[in-house]
Write a new protein. Structure first.
Length: 435
């Protein structure tokens, strides 16, 4: 027996509550099971129960065995003095709050439907990334879709704190926020941290003051990246150095150092030198409309904007001083899609939520329906299943579902897993509302 399962049984009252009695024979009635507490302290707070017709309001603690109370050292924690009912699967000892008072205990053994517990145990033992794969045919498509929609919303909301922290740090300057988040997106997983450090060391207000000159924008980006310190001396790099030396002195800039950049196992198209050129070109082409580009441009406009090719030098180079045959130097579809998914859509959603604009929130999420379904280790687990895989709307939701539920075996927190455990033909027991 697992406490997680007992939490689920108690919260949703999936036990024979008509026969519920304390271990000393007093009738128990659950008016409200309480609010599930995920922090330190009792498992459920502000529960309302009656014990032998006496109404109690307080906390409920749940254990597999009564003796777990002592094993978890609750007797030394004052937070547990508010417990009005101890709910256990198996009662193996009485628990005292003090010299004159015992904790009322409800034993669930014999009250939980065995078929439901068997389904839960069976689900937990499946050797698959997707535990529910073999049982999904019993779940209505609407349940699956609703769970995915909820997960996508959770994914967007989880980034709100990150964005709010950045926005607060730059005095509510949306251009600065967007600039920093875009920088991280350009770095992807390999160089996201280096790009973040670059954006922190080079404020957007400095870049914005020189947007009329492509050479100066490139000089600022490459100079602050530390790349110019290692670049071979040639006409192109000397021009960049000349401009950067002046700008560095003017703004008292300190470069981050070339050692911050990761080159290991990267294809030439993803080398940080080329990615920095694409970033600099994007800034130059955007001019003073950065916020408008991200927040209001159409999907096609965003794609065109992000696909810009850097200057002529990078048509024949992947690194400084190492000429190659002419090649495509703009960002490919995969990286553009990644920026839309991980930067443009979350920022639009955050901006809409910040301003209380619900239609814009929905519009931001709907942009994902115009982006291809992502192909990675996580999403491949969902492809051969009834889960939809039409667009990035589905793949982003599935990544969140897997990261926050499947990988942690939190099936009882997922409506799909709950449906399987509870059984499709079982009657639904009302959850109850606080009085």
């Amino acid at each position: 027996m697992k406490e997680e399962f007992l939490h689920y049984v108690w919260q949703h009252r999936h036990f024979d509550f008509l026969k519920a009695k304390t271990t000393d024979g007093q009738a128990v009635s659950v008016i409200f099971p309480g609010y599930h507490n995920h922090d330190a302290g009792p498992d459920f707070l502000q529960a309302v129960v009656t014990i032998d017709d006496v109404r109690w309001v307080g906390s409920v603690e749940i254990h597999c065995r009564s003796s777990d109370w002592l094993r978890h050292h609750h007797q030394y924690d004052d937070k547990y003095k508010s417990v009005v009912l101890h709910v256990v699967y198996e009662h193996d000892m009485e628990i005292q709050l003090d010299e004159n008072e015992f904790v009322p205990t409800l034993e669930l053994k014999g009250l939980i439907p065995q078929a439901m517990f068997a389904r839960y145990e069976s689900l937990m033992s499946v050797p698959d990334m997707l535990l529910c794969r073999g049982r999904l045919q019993t779940v209505e498509p609407l349940v699956i879709q609703n769970q995915l929609s909820g997960c996508l919303l959770e994914r967007m909301l989880r980034r709100q704190g990150e964005f709010q922290h950045i926005l607060d740090g730059c005095q509510k300057d949306w251009n600065e926020l967007i600039y920093k988040v875009l920088a991280i997106g350009f770095g992807c997983k390999k160089n996201g941290t280096a790009f973040e450090l670059l954006a922190q060391s080079l404020p957007y207000r400095v870049v914005r003051a020189h947007l009329a000159s492509r050479l100066q924008v490139y000089a600022l980006v490459y100079g602050q990246s530390g790349m110019l310190d290692l670049a071979d001396r040639e006409d192109y790099t000397e021009k960049l150095r000349y401009e950067y030396d002046y700008l560095r002195y003017k703004y008292r800039l300190t470069p981050i150092g070339a050692h911050q950049w990761n080159w290991l196992r990267l294809r030439p198209q993803n080398f940080p030198t080329l990615r920095l050129a694409q970033f600099a070109q994007m800034l130059f082409e955007t001019g003073n409309t950065l916020a408008d580009k991200v927040l209001r441009t159409s999907m096609q406009g965003v794609r065109t904007w992000l696909s810009v090719a850097p200057d002529e030098y990078w048509q024949t180079h992947y690194q400084f001083g190492k000429p190659t045959s002419r090649h495509a130097s703009g960002m490919g579809t995969a990286i553009v899609n990644s920026l839309i998914i991980n930067t443009v859509v979350p920022i639009r959603f955050f901006y809409a939520r910040f301003n209380g604009d619900e239609p814009m929130q929905e519009a931001a999420l709907s942009l994902l329906e115009n982006v291809d379904y992502e192909d990675n280790k996580t999403t491949r687990a969902f492809v051969d299943s009834p889960f939809p895989h039409r667009s990035a709307y589905d793949s982003q939701a599935q990544i969140e579902l897997f990261d926050q539920y499947c990988s942690k075996k939190r099936c009882l927190g997922c409506s799909v897993g709950e449906k399987i455990v509870h059984g499709c033909n079982a009657a639904t027991i009302p959850h109850g509302e606080p009085p």
